[in-house]
Ligand binder design. Sequence first.
Ligand SMILES: NC(=O)c1ccc[n+]([C@@H]2O[C@H](COP(=O)([O-])OP(=O)(O)OC[C@H]3O[C@@H](n4cnc5c(N)ncnc54)[C@H](O)[C@@H]3O)[C@@H](O)[C@H]2O)c1
Length: 275
Amino acid sequence: MAYNLLKGKRGIIFGALDENSIAWQVALKAKEEGAKFVLSNSPIALRKKDIFELAKTTESQVIAADVTEVSELEDLFEESMKILGGQIDFVLHSVGMSPNVRKNIPYPELDYDYLMKTLDVSAISLHKVLSVAKKMDAISEWGSVVTLSYIASQRVFSSYSDMSQAKAMLESIVRQFGYHYGISKKVRINAVSQSPTKTTAGTGVSGFNAFYNYADAMSPLGNADASSCSDVCVFLFSDLSRMITMQTIYNDGGFSMMGISNKLIQQYIDCGCGE
Ligand SMILES: NC(=O)c1ccc[n+]([C@@H]2O[C@H](COP(=O)([O-])OP(=O)(O)OC[C@H]3O[C@@H](n4cnc5c(N)ncnc54)[C@H](O)[C@@H]3O)[C@@H](O)[C@H]2O)c1
């Protein structure tokens, strides 16, 4: 059911790779709620071509930009404002990548060049997007920027590796830039901390299925899927959330408040590990 929550709003959505991507679901929901937007992804990701299907469905245009390249972000904002006919009201930053995770490098032996790449793509890129937008005055007053995080920013998830540092930095940028952009233009910046979700980035983490099932058994509501995440993002883009900024909001079925659940205790007993 649609409520026209984003009627007349203009956006940029980063990170829709294929139909499993969280950004893909956000784009569908934003369209349903009346928004018009530009889709963006890295030049390499565009070679996969799926995004053009989404563009067709949502009547949007696709602009290539590597989020680590400031000049490409400048071009993206300029072009998007031309296409959409004015300042941008919302931005989804749904981007993450770790070469250390991809190559399964053990955490104590991190490759530091890869670590820099992880931080640049997965965290500093949010700063770059915000900094470019602020300099160009590309986001309207009371505009809303949302990024995606994971609870490994706060706690140890053994196989999440250097993405934990990236998410900690990302949430810190949300708070600190949220102050500066809030003061100057009332632009809001928030993170949604999402349950494990079966996407290309998610399943790249080693042991992902165990990770996913564990979180599902721990959370009183079960894991939150990409569609529920898109609901939260749309709420955060909308005027209904106009006084919410600098927050990390958990869309995780209650996982972050749990210690242990009866379901997990029972599974432990059933496998003979409870003696
Ligand atoms: N899937 C999960 O379990 C989960 C849980 C919590 C948070 N998240 C976060 O959600 C966000 C979206 O990931 P997803 O799970 O939808 O996976 P995904 O693989 O579909 O999306 C990641 C996106 O990042 C893009 N990207 C990577 N490098 C880029 C670059 N240099 N420039 C521009 N784009 C680039 C990819 O092309 C891809 O579209 C990520 O920040 C991820 O960490 C995912």
